[in-house]
Write a protein that binds this ligand. Sequence first.
Ligand code: ZN
Length: 481
Amino acid sequence: MIKRIKPLGWLVVCSLVVFVICIPFLFFSHASHASKQITHKMRENHQLPKDFISNEELPDTPGMFLQTELINEDTYSSIIRYPYTKIESIDAKILEWITQEKERFVNDLTNEDDHVTAHLTIQFDIHTLTNAIYNLTATAERSFGEEKTINKTSFTVDLSNKRQVLIDDFILNSSNSSFKEFIDQEIHTIIEDETVIQQFMNDSLLESIDQLNWGLTKEDFIVYPKNPVSTERIMQLPIEQMAQFIQDQWLETFNLTDEIDLREKKRQEAKEIVTTPDVHKDPDGKYIALTFDDGPHPDVTPRILETLDIYDAKATFFMLGLQVEKHPDVAAEVARRGHEIANHSQTHKDLTTLNQDQLMNEIQGSNQLIHQITGQKPILYRPPYGSYNEHIKQIIQQNGLSIMLWSVDSLDWKNRNQQTITSTVTAEATVDSTILMHDIHPTTADALPNIVKQLSDDGYEFVTVSELLAIQDERHKSEAF
Ligand code: ZN
């Protein structure tokens, strides 16, 4: 356990490149003539004039360059050294933050009396995560006489993909409440003082994890205070303690071999569960097939799985290849719990508008993905919007799939209301119904417990579509005799 808040000086310990600020004196004479007029003008415009600009490439971090701005005025001085990448989308984000810090400084300067010595320092530390991914930790330190405030943030940048890494790119299902709860709990464990906790997070953080001010080193996930504070405070969570939340592609970067093995094992287990239709069901029983389209979804699908488990109900999930790719663990979990996985295309386009290549991708592409990730080879295909023609039907069948639509539309996509969805489904469901729902709307997950409860009170059992088809087959056979 090395979780802690360090009040000062952690920068030195973990950074690979530290920009030592030691040369402001060289430039004193250069700027000493700067007049109050400029300062006033600058204050009005909320802009700092650039006094000195240089740039050089950083030898230890390929692709990163360094820029320096030095300003010396009668009333203030400022040193800003920042990295840039020559990738516009990344550099714009860094500059945006710097501009905001400058403006904050200038605003406060306007309110100070002229005799106070004011100074702004902005510097960055670079942590190498891979040979193309760096974490740039920014520190803005403002002092007015004795008074000092520090503001920190960081930018994780992926130079090979030319983009900033956002929390969604790093954390599995970051919108999921379990990660928010984890962060909240960790912060409360480490810090007991409520006012300090408030500095790190507020209610809006629990609404949206996008608000988290976070960064990374090779060892730690770091949370910075949301707003400027008077002493330097950060919260370090060892990466290995949060391995379960980290996306697959990062596990190797942080050497999380146990987690890699664990996930591999889970996937193997999922593949070993073969969902053969249960033909031993009583053909005279009352069966319903619940179907869920457009997922898997990181929040809604797990909630639906929980409800289904409670009632020992099996369902069929018509997944989109795109979503399976985004949330492979959720897709694998659906299979692991013994539900049927079927194909609902790759990207949810109307198949009748596509050319042959696109059509193949919408059928074969998602089939391969689903098979690869869940171990199930779909045998059912539900065209988006139920839209297809004879040609499309032939191609679908040539790919070993049968078209499967629905008999009851829950209209959950339209009526995002728990009661309405429940009453629509329970009013229309009957023996052998195939019910269309979507595991992407929270209201559907809200409605499901009531739907399943009412229908099972009415004597229905919930089976997969393939099981329902097998049961119908059995019934026809026994009728024929
Ligand atoms: Zn759909």
